[in-house]
Design a protein. Structure first.
Length: 481
């Protein structure tokens, strides 16, 4: 699990704000995928497979999650698959290790799975002496570099092709090149041998259909099909909330997911898995395991204020439009789930007090809600998290904020609710600002705690006459006339 602390967050964010290459890469992601997603939404007829239709589907499923989960498990088992419900991430990791030991697994190939990052599966497999290889190109790049993914969909978005070329030359012993097709061919050559000799494949799941008993995995590379069909054992890790009840619901969610995740009407590869290979089938695993992971999700489910976050389909769309993420990147969050969704989900699963910096670091601008394929109201939930940090909440083990902060906000409230006091302090501030350093008429350094505002930007001085004062004068002059 990545380190997540206020100090580390500020340190990493401060460095990322100065990283022009990171901003260029994330800007391209915003312009290409973020805008394409919105354009595709606009092409949908109202009420037909729309974001609101997807929201209604997710709401209905989450509200009846126990029944949907039981149906999915029954249908997977009916097809010869095995199902395990893991209460915690540690339980899920231990189950995967038991399966690997039973089959004497020496090499695992993995499809993309943010859930495996959440439960820290790779380090556990490696510690058990099992070689673990990521087969998604972006995941493979960050694995070679020894880093965590920086985006839910595009793990290596922060790297240039020059950096990837240098990495492949160092790690794979290939001649340096910055040509993307050549780099892809190098990765394919290295990964193909791993896939052909792997004993077990592990992948995530984008959604599952309870009615049919299958898990759907989308990809634009095709590595998922080799991961799920070539090894003799296949394990799918799936959060308990990522399920559709019926095939019709599944179709709505799948189409909205691919629009938001990659700006596509549908992904290049759609894989359906759900059981071992049948006698008449040419490929597929001898054993299939579905590991349904709770890891704090039931606690969220029990709270009507935050249940909506479980509607998330993990498309990464909110990252592509979030001004905070686009400036500080994914690694600053110290969590597999970054951006607005991470700022809500991570505190709820790790601890609101421990991860307070995440929900306090977002702008509440609402862009994430506008692009979300299931219309998740993340700004509402971010505001609620901040309220719990201010007032405390025994149910979530949150202590009230410090007395100093309470006094500061209380004083601010008193000033804002008393017009005379506000105007008096405004007049004092106008006088005081004359002593502050300026550049081109703007204040370059504010005093005390306010200095954080001017650490990276100048501050506009207070106007000689406020809007309220101008309005009162205008009305007064009009009456006099």
């Amino acid at each position: 699990m990545q380190s997540s602390s206020p100090l580390k967050y500020r340190e990493l964010a401060a460095g990322a704000v100065k990283d022009s290459q990171l901003h260029r890469a994330l800007g391209k992601m915003r312009d290409k995928v973020g805008r394409n997603a919105v354009n595709l939404y606009n092409q949908i007829a109202p009420g037909q497979d729309s974001r609101l239709a997807a929201k209604a589907v997710r709401s209905r499923i989450v509200d009846n999650l126990d029944v949907v989960l039981e149906t999915l498990a029954e249908n997977i088992r009916a097809r010869g698959g095995q199902v395990f419900l893991a209460d915690s991430g540690a339980d899920a990791v231990e189950y995967c290790l038991q399966v690997a030991r039973r089959h004497k697994v020496r090499r695992v190939v993995k499809g993309k799975s943010m859930l495996s990052e959440e439960i820290c599966l790779n380090p556990a497999l490696e510690a058990a002496g099992i070689e673990t290889v990521e087969t998604d190109l972006g995941e493979y790049i960050v694995q070679l570099k020894g880093e965590a993914p920086s985006h839910i969909i595009a793990p290596a978005i922060h790297y240039t092709r020059d950096q990837v070329g240098a990495l492949f030359a160092e790690k794979l012993g290939e001649p340096y090149t910055d040509d993307p097709p050549s780099l892809t061919a190098m990765a394919r050559k290295a990964l193909r041998e791993k896939m052909l000799t792997a004993d077990m494949g592990i992948s995530g799941g984008n959604t599952a259909c309870a009615e049919t008993g299958h898990v759907t995995i989308v990809s634009n590379e095709g590595n998922i099909r080799m991961t799920s069909t070539m090894p003799r054992v296949h394990i799918v890790l799936l959060g308990i909330e990522k399920i559709a009840a019926t095939l019709e619901d599944h179709d709505i969610l799948l189409r909205m997911l691919t629009r938001a995740a990659a700006g596509q009407k549908i992904s290049t590869y759609i894989s359906y898995v759900g059981g071992p290979r049948l006698p008449e089938e040419p490929d597929g695993p001898e054993e299939f395991h579905l590991v349904l992971v709770d890891n704090g999700r039931s606690r969220i489910l029990a709270d009507p204020d935050f249940r909506e976050v479980l509607h998330c389909v993990r498309c990464g769309g909110c990252l592509n439009v979030c001004p905070v993420y686009l400036n500080i990147g994914g690694h600053s969050y110290g969590s597999p789930y970054c951006g607005p969704i991470g700022a809500v989900f991570t505190p709820l699963t790790r601890g609101i007090g421990e991860c307070s910096h995440l929900c306090q670091g977002e702008t509440l601008c609402g862009a994430c809600k506008q692009v979300c394929p299931v219309d998740n109201d993340l700004p509402r939930m971010l505001s609620l998290l901040r309220a719990k940090l201010a007032d405390g909440d025994p149910k979530w083990d949150v202590r009230p904020q410090s007395r100093a902060a309470k006094l500061a906000f209380g004083a601010w409230s008193a000033v804002m609710s008393r017009r005379g006091l506000y105007d008096a302090l405004l007049g004092l501030a106008r006088l005081g600002q004359r002593l502050l350093p300026r550049r081109n008429g703007w204040i370059t350094r504010l005093p005390g705690p306010l200095g954080g505002w001017t650490r990276g930007r100048d501050f506009p001085p207070l106007a000689a006459e406020s809007f309220g004062e101008r309005w009162a004068r205008r009305n007064r002059d009009g009456r006099d006339a």
